[in-house]
Ligand binder design. Structure first.
Ligand code: DGL
Length: 268
């Protein structure tokens, strides 16, 4: 098979392990595509940082992913999408970017109580994107926004199921339940890894709304149907890079995703 026939590479970035929740969906839906994942753990967490700072980080990372051959870049981070998705699309008009948008629309459509909870980080909650989505899709429902950076920390620690973890989750989720929310939007890509703990706390009182699968479908629509391009027999290349500690990243990824892979240290 010639290089020209090879499927294009999908670049994925996040502040840490959170974007792996999107990457695992991409791998499930588009298993024949090579991928390169970049975790900016040297600057984790993004949530409390000013938008301009996050934008500068993800511009550098996008440069890197494109230089490494990414034909599409997935901003697998709500905070980074809020801070820089429009900017990156203007900066690289020839590269398609897929970003995260808080899944307020499906939650507003499904709620029976008229109350939805949104678990997120500061950068997302204060961004114009979130404001727009709430105005556009949730005008008729009550939206309770819960900024929950402790859940990012929990995911980065491998989301252990301990009494402490359960208490941390309860502190974030209980106010949403008390307000009557029957839909809880996971508006941070780290949170699907904490979903089993959230579900244990919530029981049947609320449903979790996780946009990961829909984002992977969007990547598939942009990059083309797998059957439309020639596939190689061998496993496609899957690269993992972090600006932090590669061994620590590899260990947490193994815990969260069951994937053991070599991780490259990559400071930009
Ligand atoms: N995973 C990121 C998000 O979706 C951000 C977590 C963080 O670094 O604060 O918002």
């Amino acid at each position: 098979m010639t290089d020209a026939a090879r499927p294009p590479t999908i670049g994925v970035l996040d502040s840490g392990v959170g974007g792996l929740s999107i990457l695992r969906e991409i791998h499930a839906q588009l298993p024949d595509y090579p991928t390169i994942y970049y975790a900016d753990q040297a600057h984790l967490p993004y949530g409390p940082r000013p938008q301009a700072e996050i934008r500068a980080y993800i511009e550098q990372i996008s440069d890197y992913l494109i230089a490494q051959g990414a034909a599409v870049v997935v901003i697998a981070c709500h905070a980074a999408s809020a801070a820089g998705l429009h900017y990156l699309r203007a900066r690289y008009p020839d590269v398609p970017f897929v970003g995260m948008e808080p899944a307020v629309k499906p939650a507003a459509e499904r709620t029976k109580t008229g109350v939805i909870g949104v678990l997120t980080t500061t950068a997302t909650a204060e961004g114009a994107l979130y404001r727009r989505v709430v105005e556009r899709f949730a005008a008729e429902v009550r939206v309770i926004t819960q900024v929950a950076p402790s859940l990012v920390t929990l995911a980065e620690a491998g989301a252990p199921d301990t009494l402490d973890s359960r208490a941390i989750v309860a502190a974030q989720v209980d106010p949403l339940l008390a307000a009557g929310a029957d839909q809880i939007v996971l508006a941070c890509t780290h949170f699907p890894f904490v979903a089993p703990l959230i579900r244990a706390q919530v029981g049947t009182r609320a449903a979790l709304v996780d946009p990961s699968a829909a984002v992977a479908r969007q990547v598939g629509r942009i990059i083309g149907q797998p059957e439309a391009i020639a596939m190689s027999d061998s496993m496609p290349m899957r690269r993992y890079c972090t600006s932090g500690d590669p061994q620590a990243f590899a260990d947490v990824m193994a815990r969260l995703c069951g994937v053991r892979a070599e991780v490259e240290q990559c400071t930009l």
